[in-house]
Ligand binder design. Structure first.
Ligand SMILES: Nc1ncnc2c1ncn2[C@@H]1O[C@H](COP(=O)(O)OP(=O)(O)OP(=O)(O)O)[C@@H](O)[C@H]1O
Ligand SMILES: [Mg+2]
Length: 682
């Protein structure tokens, strides 16, 4: 064999291949069950265990203890998809799955994910489906099924089948033990007191039952001969592509719905072979319910389902049974997951014929994200730095888009004299003086249906990609995105009334103001971020404050003479952060305490570790320096060399400290300069 083939072949994991394609006798399977009874888990138990196996962490969110399941996060169990910022709804979902796994009732319900468009309902379903595929390939998630073999001489299958007939619904092999003595038989396996209790419900599917009965007659009731001669057990790998263990049903238009899509259909070619359309071997058990056996079936827009189908759905959830055309009820074992948007759900509530369905669903609300940083992650996933070929995304671009999206979802704060942007910040975990975690808790409680309305992430994703195309420039910045959103709002098909459109448009202005604040702040800091100067200023200030509080004199650094503390210098800094004359003593004492506390821990004081002081120093330095920069000159073409050097230094700091590129740094500098040039400093 060629060397290249060898080296590729070396990548293959033979042991794993052997595991995944394990085949053996029924006896060998019983041995597996004895060792690892969890291979017999039902679909709910397996799905629940899969989620738990990916790990979890607990955290406090405004005094509320929450659990984050890693399964739904990108970085761990979730593969490519991830769900951000919805830990509470996901906790509900996991609780329901747990109760179902324990057999407390939810296993007899349709789990209905309900929420506004684009709230990640499909993403959650996709994660579960993809997850169970992977899990079935792992040692922990292994499961098995069987096929009939050596049937050539029995005449039970046509010659073309080669004497083999696989369980068309991939059933658990233990179902081959007749229900009358199944329980005793399982007890006889001596499983001891293992973690997992083996319980196998349900009977064989009609085709396998037919073969089973015929073979029992042939062997005069000797079951042991039947399994020894004709049963091969094999590992089952779930795969949506292969239509094994995972089904998806999407209603097409109403006239075209046909129940065979759910429960299977006769195979006309085989009817000719087997001679009768009531012969179960001539039936394709390939409806969505059939093929999803052992795993998950997802119903997209479940409430658009034709009423005739609903009976199938009700039976499937409540009884774990489906009724293939012309055949007896057939047992299934699968998680039934549906999703729906609000409009359809309202129709369900209004329709009394649907009461039966309503009664058999567990609704889980999947709202939009209301936490800015979590929303930003959605966009960072596809538009983040480094994700776009050859394009730079200016700092705050995605954050600004996310901010607007979250604002459209927040209800106006009724109390506390809060602006909506402040509410957004509090929700995002930022501190605002005068508000506590209790305020946030109260704010959250004080809403009606927050997160169920507003703009979907999908719209924002579309606006981001539109902006990328429209402004075919090397850098994407927040202004481009805001403009694109404004334009997009005019044509948004889901916004039906002008009042709402106006509200959303006004929120762009709120976001723009917030963005201006952010970049003003960054430019100021870049201008004053001359480390040596700010350190000097800080040292000078602290010397004076120390002398002032200790009622001592300050040694002048140049003359070496003792002087009174420089009151004008101290005040010029303190005023920058609104320390009133009457409060200055407190503030200075506070600073000294801060330094003292650090000294006790053996640490040296650094101006940057005290947020308020840092801000005050930066502003003061900015004020001292702003005239030397001459903001008007940033925007003009004629600049003398000295000024240009200063401007370049600021740009460099913007790039170094805040992640700007050349273009975006120039942009914000120009923009902020035009604001400063107008004299707007605060
Ligand atoms: N909480 C979230 N975390 C991560 N991504 C999200 C979240 N919410 C929405 N998205 C993203 O928004 C887009 C729409 O999500 P998805 O298709 O899952 O929504 P949906 O609820 O099924 O929408 P629809 O009701 O229109 O079918 C996807 O790109 C998805 O990744
Ligand atoms: Mg969807």
């Amino acid at each position: 064999m060629g060397q290249m083939i060898d080296s590729i072949a070396a990548l293959q994991d033979y042991d794993q291949y052997r595991d995944l394609h394990w085949e053996g006798s029924f006896e060998a399977y019983l041995e597996i069950v004895r060792e690892r009874p969890e291979v017999t888990r039902n679909a709910f138990q397996r799905v629940y265990d899969m989620i738990i196996a990916a790990g979890q962490e607990e955290y406090l969110d405004n005094k509320k203890r929450l659990t984050r399941y890693h399964f739904f996060r990108d970085d761990t169990g979730g593969g490519h998809d991830a769900v951000y910022g919805l830990d509470i709804p996901l906790m509900r979902l996991v609780h329901v799955l747990r109760a179902a796994a324990e057999g407390y009732g939810p296993e007899r319900r349709v789990i209905l994910l309900h929420g506004p468009v684009g709230s990640s309902k499909s993403t959650i379903a996709r994660l579960l489906k993809k997850g169970i595929e992977d899990y079935s390939r792992s040692p922990e998630g292994a499961l098995y099924t069987y096929e009939w073999c050596n049937l050539e001489s029995t005449g039970l299958v046509m010659g073309s089948e080669g004497g083999v007939f696989a369980s068309p619904m991939h059933e658990e092999p233990l179902r081959l033990i007749p229900p009358e003595w199944r329980e005793k038989a399982i007890k006889g396996l001596n499983l001891g007191n293992t973690r997992h209790k083996v319980v196998v419900d349900g009977d064989l599917n009609p085709a396998c039952r037919f073969i089973f009965k015929s073979l029992m007659e042939r062997y005069k009731g000797d079951w042991s001969k039947l399994v020894a001669n004709h049963i091969k057990v094999r590992r089952l790998l779930l795969s949506e592509k292969d239509r094994v263990g995972i089904g998806t049903f999407q209603p097409k238009d109403e006239k075209n719905q046909d129940s065979t899509e759910l429960t299977g259909d006769v195979n006309y070619r085989k009817i000719a072979e087997y001679g009768s359309d009531s012969d179960p071997r001539a039936f394709n058990f390939d409806g969505e319910f059939n093929i999803a056996n052992r795993g998950i079936v997802e119903f997209v827009e479940v409430l658009k389902l034709d009423v005739a189908f609903l009976y199938d759905l009700l039976g499937a959830s409540q009884e774990h049974r489906i009724k293939p055309k012309k055949f007896a009820q057939t047992d299934i074992d699968e998680v039934i997951l549906g999703h729906t948007n609000e409009a359809e759900y309202k129709k369900l509530l209004a329709n009394e014929f649907m009461e039966a369905l309503r009664d058999r669903t567990i609704k889980i609300d999947i709202p939009y994200i209301t936490r800015l940083s979590e929303e930003t992650r959605i966009y960072a996933k596809s538009f983040g730095q480094g994700k776009l070929k050859g394009k730079h995304v200016a700092p705050h671009t995605l954050e600004i888009a996310a901010m607007w999206a979250v604002l459209t979802r927040l209800e106006d704060p009724k109390k506390h004299n809060l602006a909506i942007i402040q509410k957004l910040k509090l929700y995002d975990g930022r501190m605002i003086p005068g508000y506590t975690q209790d305020t946030v808790k109260e704010l959250r409680k004080d809403t009606r249906r927050e997160g169920m309305d507003g703009i979907s992430p999908r719209f924002v994703q579309d606006m981001l990609s539109n902006a990328l195309v429209r402004y075919d420039e090397p850098t994407l910045n927040p202004f481009m995105v805001m403009n694109e959103i404004e334009r997009g709002l005019k044509a948004h098909s889901l916004i039906t009334n002008d009042e709402q459109r106006k509200k959303y448009t006004d929120l762009i202005a709120v976001v723009r103001r917030e963005y201006e604040e952010i970049i003003k702040n960054e430019v100021q800091r870049a201008i004053s971020a001359d480390e040596s100067e700010i350190t000097k200023l800080a040292a000078n200030y602290v010397d004076n404050v120390r002398a002032y509080t200790l009622k001592e004199k300050v040694k002048n650094r140049f003359t070496g003479r003792d002087e009174e503390p420089d009151e004008r210098l101290m005040r010029s800094i303190e005023e920058k952060i609104d320390v009133a004359e009457s409060r200055k003593d407190d503030f200075r004492r506070e600073i000294m305490n801060f330094i003292g506390a650090l000294a006790l821990e053996g640490k040296k004081f650094q101006w940057s570790t005290n947020d308020r002081l840092r801000r005050a120093l930066e502003l003061k330095l900015f004020e001292d320096k702003k005239d030397t920069i001459k903001f008007t000159s940033v925007v003009s073409n004629v600049v003398d060399r000295e000024t240009q050097e200063k401007i370049d230094a600021v740009k460099t700091r913007l790039m170094r400290d805040f992640g700007y590129d050349e273009i975006s740094a120039q942009n914000v500098l120009e923009y902020v300069s035009s604001i400063f040039a107008r004299g707007d400093l605060k």
